[in-house]
Write a protein that binds this ligand. Structure first.
Ligand code: PEP
Ligand code: MG
Length: 578
């Protein structure tokens, strides 16, 4: 039995066999051949190319019917690799020259390609490395007659172990038997971790060398709440965790009873509990958990896994669908937030040393009004069909808000001219996720309809800690007094200008902070689907006056540790779990 420590990314406990994907490379040894064998080897290579192509096309067809056309488009890039003339010619010429069996030549040529690509350090090209890796492994398996492993082929309950999973990999897990995942790299609020939460799969990320230490078919206990993975547990540990898993399920059921009741304290303070979504397919799940609205609809995923940008019409249909599905409940659409750890292949993004500090989110949109306007027009048109709100990510000061609103105004004028209906009173909010926005919240509040605090970014920018980097994850502290003071400042600035404040970062989903945030007078918690019942339960179990007292005291504490310890104690008392 070994115990591996990582970062708790999505809560819950799963016990299942490991299913390794991705990095388990196929080792091919050089096998000399005679010159007369060269034509046969070329034929083998061509047959493997055809078989691989057929496999990918079949997979693409299946994904298109199961999950939709956009998801299926991921495989277009794989097909392109198979048709790459340079790659094919290099294999054939090296085969002739080196006289070694073709699997070895193919693996060498692929390695060389991957090496060249990885040196360029461009996020777009890094995505192509994943394609090359994926298609290369398929090709080699066909050459060697080995069995194929893919996320889509999983038939039994497994815990997926991978070096990393892209948001599209994670999205593809939806309908499979994946009950947990473990990755070598990544941080708590990396977008892969966020996807795991919305899929309700326990996940531990940033487990150093997980793919080295875990073998396929090892039995794993994945504790996504504590960030622990136990490999081949002994009888006693297994029993302990089975009981713990049962207990967790019981707790979840205990909270679920309040899911349709209002989020109201014992003494009558009412707040809103909404859900964060990445994909419209999550709507049934958030309704099931009692979401009274959507506080953050991340629209980037709509642009992902495709070659072209979604058109106004396509976006309009998607947003209209979400608006109608939720109506009359509100839906807050966040405008395109690409950059950071989310890159889209259809736009040319320059290579940046610090992508989180670079050409991201609203900065990109303001520089590319052609792209921005398509989305704004689509949102405005959809606003006619439901209760939509709009918010801009990464606003760092009032000028950016004004510029964005100016573009929005132009879109409204265009729609008016074309006699296309929209809600002229659509509320426009600002995400507070940059320290400069916190410090000028009083100025921003005069021109915004609401704020939504994006703690995932606010924490990384305030504490200078890359949210995706597991090496500095220990410094990523939501309970840091600096972060708490910022939240307080934002809420006070908003309220003194009569606007309301939401929080849509992962901190709002963490039950440890519910009492404190309630006491700081946060108006809206926008959380991951799974967290809704528990957060609601906590709010319904306390007096607002008590929560205010807790918030007041917490703000006097000097360290994150002291804050967490205190909040832990209070939470246990409220939930009577002590
Ligand atoms: C945040 O930064 O807290 C947030 C909600 O936005 P994202 O995680 O998409 O950057
Ligand atoms: Mg953010």
């Amino acid at each position: 039995m070994i115990k591996l420590k990582g970062i708790a990314a999505a809560p819950g406990i799963a016990i299942a066999k490991a299913y390794k994907i991705g990095k388990d490379e196929i080792e091919v040894l050089p096998q000399p051949i005679k010159p007369e064998e060269i034509p046969i080897q070329i034929q083998l290579f061509e047959e493997a190319l055809i078989a691989t192509r057929r496999e990918i096309l079949e997979l693409q067809k299946r994904i298109a019917t199961e999950m939709g056309k956009e998801e299926a488009q991921i495989f277009d890039a794989h097909l392109l690799v198979l048709e790459d003339r340079m790659l094919i010619e290099e294999v054939i010429s090296r085969l002739k020259k080196e006289q070694v069996a073709v699997p070895y030549i193919v693996s060498e040529v692929l390695k060389k390609y991957i090496e060249v690509f990885s040196k360029i350090e461009d996020e777009y090209l890094r995505e192509r490395i994943a394609d090359l890796n994926d298609v290369g492994r398929r090709l080699l398996r066909n050459l060697l007659g080995k069995e194929q492993r893919s996320l889509k082929d999983i038939q039994e309950r497994v815990a997926v172990v991978a070096h990393d999973l892209s948001p599209s990999d994670t999205a593809a897990m939806h309908k499979q038997h994946v009950c947990a995942f473990v990755t070598d790299i990544g941080g708590k609020t990396s977008h892969t971790a966020i996807m795991a939460k919305s899929l309700e799969i326990p996940a531990v990320v940033g487990v150093v060398e997980a793919t080295q230490k875990i073998k396929s078919s090892d039995l794993l206990i994945v504790d996504g709440s504590m960030g622990v993975v136990i490999v081949n547990p002994d009888e006693e540990t297994l029993k302990l965790y089975e009981e713990e898993a049962k207990k967790l399920k019981g707790i979840a059921e205990r909270f679920l009873v309040v899911k349709d009741l209002p989020a109201q304290t014992l003494d009558g303070r009412k707040v809103e509990i909404y859900a964060n979504i990445e994909l419209p397919e999550e709507i049934p799940s958030i309704k099931l958990h009692g979401a009274a609205g959507i506080g953050l609809y991340r629209t980037e995923y709509f642009y992902m896994n495709r070659k072209d940008a979604p058109s106004e019409e396509e976006q309009f249909r998607a947003y209209k669908h979400v608006a109608e599905e939720m109506n009359p409940a509100p839906v807050t659409i966040r405008t395109l937030d690409l950059g950071g750890d989310k890159f889209l292949s259809q736009f040319e993004m320059p290579k940046e040393i610090e992508p989180f500090l670079g050409w991201r989110a609203i900065r990109f949109c303001l520089a590319r009004p052609d792209i921005f306007k398509v989305q704004l027009r689509a949102i405005l048109r959809a606003s006619y069909f439901g209760n939509l709100r709009l918010m801009y990510p990464m606003i760092s000061g009032i000028e950016e808000l004004r510029q964005a609103n100016q573009i929005l105004k132009e879109c409204k004028e265009e729609l008016r001219r074309d006699r296309i209906p929209f809600n002229d009173n659509l509320e426009v909010g600002v995400m507070i996720e940059v320290p400069s926005a916190v410090m000028t919240a009083d100025v921003l509040a005069q021109e915004a309809d609401f704020f939504s605090i994006g703690t995932n970014d606010l924490i990384q920018y305030s504490l200078a800690v890359d949210r995706t980097n597991e090496k500095v994850a220990y410094l990523y502290e939501p309970a840091h007094p600096a972060v708490l003071r910022m939240i307080k400042t934002v809420i006070e600035a908003a309220h003194s200008h009569n606007i309301w404040v939401a929080m849509c970062g992962e901190m709002a989903s963490d039950e440890l902070f519910t009492l404190m945030l309630l006491g700081m007078e946060l108006d809206e918690f926008s959380v991951s689907s799974l967290s809704i019942p528990q957060i609601k339960y906590i709010i319904r179990s306390v007096n607002f006056s008590e929560a205010k007292e807790i918030a007041r005291y917490v703000l006097t504490l000097p360290t994150a540790y002291a804050v967490e310890e205190f909040l832990q104690k209070k939470l246990k008392m409220i939930l009577k779990t002590e």
